[in-house]
Design a protein around this ligand. Structure first.
Ligand SMILES: [Zn+2]
Length: 291
């Protein structure tokens, strides 16, 4: 008991320290991955109650085990492919309501300049009011689509189409008339995520580079949310950035998985705990409600 209590009080001290860093920062670079989605109730790998409610019929028909499998599946027909995707997008984007954890994150950032780098594709940052030009979705996102053969490099929004499809979907299939075709080659389209022929997010990446240039040598807080310690895509570059920027502070929030290399330990803080609770505490610090 005592040990748990001690750990808790250390955590509150760390939260106060992190809040001071954010409060004094010139800008915040947010890195987010799967752990944030899970905190919001979206679990790509789980065969849980929500998955059963949303995709139980496809589970029984195709042996679908989780959302991620459905995203990468080779569906037998375009009607079934878009049946799956439109149901997913309708549920997690169309019907999405801002969660407490995202409200708290917005409170924490306040009116600071920021940039978001995320491997999450469900567009919840945009849907919560983060500026689209300040978000780099490294692996693409669910609300745009592209030519499956990548005959040209343009992405197209399909959120509205997804809603129409979801409304018309029956037994996992959408009507053939709603299946999108590439405006250039007439071939199939696919959701703009990191599948074969993925069109890279070059413009967002350039905006991130401009942001980093702007805050080079300044007080930049790198705030990592729910990124596993082995993550090479986002975590590794953020740690390198923390090492290279003399005034940077590096904060990693993750339950049970904190990894900070020795060379940046002095300028870092790992918050090992529930992401929702930690962001709520940080938001309270901003609001001046301590304790
Ligand atoms: Zn095409």
């Amino acid at each position: 008991m005592l040990k748990a209590a001690e750990k808790r009080s250390d955590m509150y001290e760390d939260i106060k320290k992190v809040w001071k860093w954010i409060d004094g920062a010139d800008a915040v670079l947010i890195g987010a991955s799967n752990g944030l989605s899970i905190t919001e109730g979206l679990h790509l790998f789980a065969d849980n109650q929500v998955f059963e409610e949303l995709f139980g019929d496809l589970k029984r028909k195709y042996g679908l085990r989780c959302i991620l499998q459905g995203m990468g599946a080779r569906w037998p027909t375009e009607e079934e492919k878009w049946g799956f995707w439109s149901r997913l997008v309708h549920h997690y984007c169309g019907k999405y309501q801002e969660t407490q954890v995202m409200s708290d994150l917005k409170t924490v950032i306040g009116d600071k300049d920021y940039f978001v780098v995320t491997s999450n594709g469900e567009c919840h940052f945009e849907l919560c009011g983060f500026a689209p030009e300040k978000i780099y979705e490294v692996e693409g996102n669910w609300l745009t689509m592209q030519c499956a053969a990548r005959c040209h490099d343009r992405v197209y929004p399909w959120g509205e189409l997804a809603e129409n499809m979801a409304a018309a979907e029956q037994g996992g299939r959408v009507p053939s008339g709603l299946v999108p075709r590439c405006p250039a080659c007439g071939g199939p389209m696919q959701v703009h995520m990191e599948f074969e022929n993925f069109i890279p997010e070059t413009e967002s990446q350039e905006r991130l580079e401009a942001f980093l240039k702007q805050y080079h040598g300044k007080r930049l807080v790198i705030l990592e949310l729910g990124i596993g310690w082995r993550n090479q895509l986002i975590k590794a570059p953020l740690m390198r950035l923390a090492a290279a920027e003399p005034e940077a502070r590096y904060v990693t929030v993750n339950l049970g998985e904190i990894y900070i290399p020795g060379e940046i330990r002095e300028k870092s803080c790992g918050l090992d705990g529930d992401l929702a609770e930690i962001l709520h505490r940080l938001a309270k610090e901003r609001m001046g409600e301590t304790g």
